[in-house]
Each structure stands twice: as structure tokens, then as C-alpha cells.
Design a protein around this ligand. Structure first.
Ligand code: ADP
Ligand code: ADP
Length: 219
């Protein structure tokens, strides 16, 4: 379980201050698919960045195993990210000159899962694309490689930023169902930021943001 408590995040932009998040509290559970919905600029990416330890809040707490991420040093945050967090992005961010096996292998190696690479790739349905490079794969296939790479770390937290933003509806649907499958793992919390309200149908938990505040929070 991750607790966000009264999170405020302000950005300085010249002489102005922008409140990206304003008193946001929420609970993110392992074994669940949590979806963060909201219009552009509502604070979704900011929330994901804070959960992933890419940034610290201006005030408030992010409690994970009773430790407060907002007090972590840079080194502790880097460690936390490396060991506990898997990331999936809109544009995949695969290494172009590595094939599917190698892209996933790098991540698996970090957490001693190197002997499981083939199994992980089979699990995302790409057993026939093991030796292909990213430019030989479709968008949906590249996102499957990215998901395989992220789960190869056995992350406690799988953070996905607009994972279907570059995909057609049918392909995007399959990606959401794949993420749903991984969220059933009791050791993993899956958090998806999206513009796509369709995904709310398969989510366990839907948080809607509006102007940096919680607009609704439903299980
Ligand atoms: P979306 O969530 O709609 O894909 P982004 O998260 O990329 O869009 O950006 C949302 C808003 O935040 C935009 O208005 C963008 O200009 C602004 N924004 C994003 N990153 C920065 C940044 N580093 N500095 C200033 N503004 C930013
Ligand atoms: P979303 O992901 O929902 O589009 P963001 O979290 O990207 O929203 O942005 C929330 C607000 O914070 C927006 O007003 C955006 O312009 C601002 N913002 C985001 N990142 C930065 C940044 N690095 N510097 C300044 N302003 C930012």
C-alpha cells in the first residue's frame, strides 16, 4: 500500500508559481489496477513522477512501507526507482539496436531474473518476436516489449504514462488487459495515467484529477 497524504507540488515558472497538485490524498494498493484520469494539465504526470521517485513533493507525505519518500536523499530515490519501480511510456523508449530478448534482458539482469527472460516474453505474447528489433515491430508489439521489460524487474510498482496514447483503440484495449493481468499479482501495484476513460471499465480504482485536485476517487 502507498499512501499519498496532503500532497502539494508547486513548480516555479519564472516569477510565477504553478500549483500542479494541491492537497492530494490517495491510497494505491498492490493487487489492483489504479487509473488516474483527467484533462491535460490536471496533474496526472506530476502524480506519477512523485510515485516513481522522479521528484519530491513541495509538502505532504508519500508513505511506502512506513517510509516517507519525500524525505529520501537523491541516492535513496535512485535506489528506490531502480529496485521497485517499472516504467511504461507512451512512445515505448526501447533501445533501438537491441532485439526483444536483449531489451528485456537488461532489465531482468538488474533483479536477478535473467533466467526468466524467455518466459516473461512469452507471457506478453511475443515468443515469435524474440529476435526482432524495435523497428521490425508494430506499435502494440513495441509496447508489449516495454511492458515485459518493466515487469522483468519484478517491480512493486508499475507506472504507465499514457501507455496506449500512440495505439489504435483495439490494440490499446489489449494493452490495458495485459496491464490488468499484471495488476492481479499481489506484490505489484499498477498505476496507469491516461486520457482514455474506456479503461475505467476494467480498473479496480479510478482517481480523477481536475486542476491539481482530486475530483473523484472510486473503487
Ligand atoms: P499530456 O498530459 O496532455 O500528455 P503533458 O503532461 O506533456 O501533456 O503536458 C501537460 C501540460 O504541462 C502542458 O501544458 C505542458 O506544456 C506542461 N508541461 C509539461 N512539462 C512541462 C515542463 N517541464 N515545464 C513547463 N510546462 C510543462
Ligand atoms: P497532466 O499530466 O495531467 O497533463 P501535469 O502533471 O503534466 O498534468 O501538469 C500539471 C500542471 O503543472 C500544468 O499546469 C503544467 O503546466 C505544470 N507543470 C508540469 N510540469 C512542470 C514543470 N516541470 N515546470 C513547470 N510547470 C510544470
Amino acid at each position: 500500500m502507498i499512501y499519498l497524504k496532503n500532497i502539494v507540488k508547486k513548480y516555479k515558472s519564472g516569477s510565477e508559481e504553478i500549483s500542479a497538485l494541491n492537497d492530494v490524498s490517495a491510497e494505491i494498493k498492490s493487487g489492483e489496477l489504479t487509473v488516474i484520469l483527467g484533462p491535460s494539465g490536471s496533474g496526472k504526470s506530476t502524480m506519477l513522477n512523485l510515485l516513481g521517485g522522479m521528484d519530491r513533493p513541495s509538502s505532504g507525505q508519500i508513505l511506502i512501507n512506513n517510509k516517507d519518500l519525500s524525505n529520501f536523499s537523491d541516492k535513496q530515490l535512485t535506489n528506490y526507482r531502480r529496485k521497485n519501480v517499472g516504467f511504461v511510456f507512451q512512445f515505448y523508449n526501447l533501445v533501438e539496436n537491441l532485439n526483444t530478448y536483449e531489451n528485456v534482458g537488461i532489465a531482468a539482469n538488474l533483479n536477478g531474473n535473467i533466467d526468466k527472460v524467455e518466459e516473461i516474453i512469452k507471457d506478453v505474447g511475443l515468443e515469435k518476436r524474440m529476435k526482432n528489433f524495435p523497428n521490425q515491430l508494430s506499435g502494440g508489439e513495441m509496447q508489449r516489449v516495454a511492458i515485459a521489460r518493466a515487469v522483468a524487474k519484478s517491480p512493486k510498482l508499475l507506472l504507465c504514462d499514457e501507455p496506449t496514447g500512440a495505439l489504435d483503440v483495439a490494440t490499446g484495449d489489449k494493452i490495458f488487459h495485459l496491464l490488468k493481468k499484471y495488476s492481479k499479482n499481489e506484490d505489484t501495484a499498477v498505476v496507469v495515467v491516461t486520457h482514455n476513460p474506456e479503461v475505467a471499465k476494467i480498473a479496480d480504482h479510478v482517481i480523477r484529477l481536475q486542476d491539481g485536485k482530486i475530483y473523484s476517487d472510486e473503487k
